[in-house]
Design a binder for this molecule. Structure first.
Ligand SMILES: Nc1ncnc2c1ncn2[C@@H]1O[C@H](COP(=O)(O)OP(=O)(O)OP(=O)(O)O)[C@@H](O)[C@H]1O
Length: 364
């Protein structure tokens, strides 16, 4: 609790621009500039690297900026989850997936632990930011721009879902193990008996592992300075193929979904967990379909359904009940891609490579 209160104080200071708070991560010091975003137990700050850290751009000196994600870890389980997030930022080598620059588990003054992750700063913000900007300006996204963004996000997703599309799994797993070894002994002891729950449910062996993001939303897609969409927030990412084998796992997973997934983008099979149910990468295909819909129409499909017909959000998701605005400016082909992704039966949804092909056909 005291960690959260001190965080709130720091947040208020930052918002009012009178903070000179600096943070050290490993051997580098960073000055906090402002808050970029926050989640349940984490804060993302814009930070400036201090000391000998000015870049020259067109003859002008510019500061070196990063995003710092601070994850507050009040429990051993939350440290375990935070460390899995650190591993995820190192696992995928793709221009369409965020990668970390540095990270550290830290002991706070009150004895609690926090995890600090230094990430590239994406000054163009998230897809949600750009959707909000367009709504305010009353401007519309073109079909060509939609397809370009969709192709990028799908390429990132392919890297998560399809081990064959990644560069070298064995090397990245080895890197992960080496990274884990750098944590303090104390943290290692804390984590000894704490399995990475979602990973434990999977039957896959390392090297051929498909990962699912499980929280693809417009807020979790960022734009690089050259406009490429980049999948961010790998905190919910873990092994994709999961079988729920007992009631304990079922209730743990239910709790995990409540804490980690964003309801308007969550696939129905995650909302209706059953014993012996098999979950797969297809949960992300549903979410990506909802994310693309939001990009096109400025609101997610089931929130629109709720607004128009007063249906409950969960009921609309479970029954797959949504519609497109009349007289849409988008082609039948693009609307069909969305329809194929947002299907209650995961088997009916395209695989990620099929989705990529569908989008490439629209692009040509
Ligand atoms: N590298 C970055 N560059 C610029 N902005 C960022 C960056 N990372 C995150 N943000 C901003 O901060 C917000 C929250 O980031 P992120 O999703 O990683 O945190 P979170 O605590 O896991 O949030 P949530 O729990 O809502 O998913 C993002 O939606 C985005 O607006």
């Amino acid at each position: 609790m005291s960690a959260i209160i001190s965080e709130l104080f720091q947040y208020l200071c930052c918002c009012h621009g009178f903070s000179d708070t600096t943070i050290r991560v490993n051997d580098k010091r960073y000055k906090i500039q402002r808050l970029l975003g926050e989640g349940g137990m984490s804060f993302v700050y814009l930070v400036q690297l201090l000391k000998g850290s000015l870049n020259m751009e067109n003859g002008i000196i510019v500061p070196v900026l990063y995003a710092l994600k601070k994850i507050i870890c009040p429990t051993v389980e939350s440290i375990s989850n935070g460390m899995r997030e650190i591993e995820n930022y190192k696992r995928f080598q793709s221009p369409y997936i965020i990668q970390s620059i540095d990270s550290q588990v830290m002991q706070e003054k009150d004895g609690s632990k926090s995890i600090y992750i230094i990430l590239p700063f994406y000054s163009l913000g998230s897809l949600q930011d750009s959707i909000n900007r367009r709504l305010l300006e009353g401007t519309f996204v073109s079909e060509a721009e939609c397809v370009r963004i969709m192709l990028g996000v799908t390429r990132g997703l392919l890297c998560l879902h399809d081990p064959a599309s990644r560069q070298d799994n064995s090397t990245s797993r080895a890197t992960v193990d080496a990274v884990s070894m750098t944590y303090s002994d104390e943290t290692a002891i804390l984590l000894e008996d704490t399995p990475l729950e979602m990973d434990m449910l999977s039957s896959n062996t390392a090297g051929s592992i498909a990962y699912a993001h499980r929280d693809i939303t417009p807020s979790n897609v960022l734009f690089s300075s050259d406009g490429l969409p980049v999948i961010g927030d790998l905190g919910s990412c873990s092994q994709a193929d999961i079988t729920i084998r007992n009631r304990n796992q079922l209730s743990e997973l239910q709790e995990w979904v409540n804490d980690n997934c964003t309801l308007p983008y969550t696939a129905p099979e995650l909302l209706n967990l059953r014993l012996n149910q098999v979950l797969s990468c297809k949960v992300d295909i549903w979410s990506i379909g909802c994310t693309f819909y939001t990009l096109m129409f400025g609101i997610s499909p089931f929130e629109r359904e709720e607004q128009i017909h007063g249906a409950s959000l969960t009921y609309a998701i479970n029954t797959g009940k949504y519609s497109f605005p009349r007289n849409s400016r988008f082609s039948e082909g693009l609307l069909n891609v969305i329809k194929r992704c947002i299907q209650v039966d995961p088997v009916q949804r395209p695989t990620t490579s099929q989705l990529l092909n569908l989008l490439q056909d629209l692009d040509s």
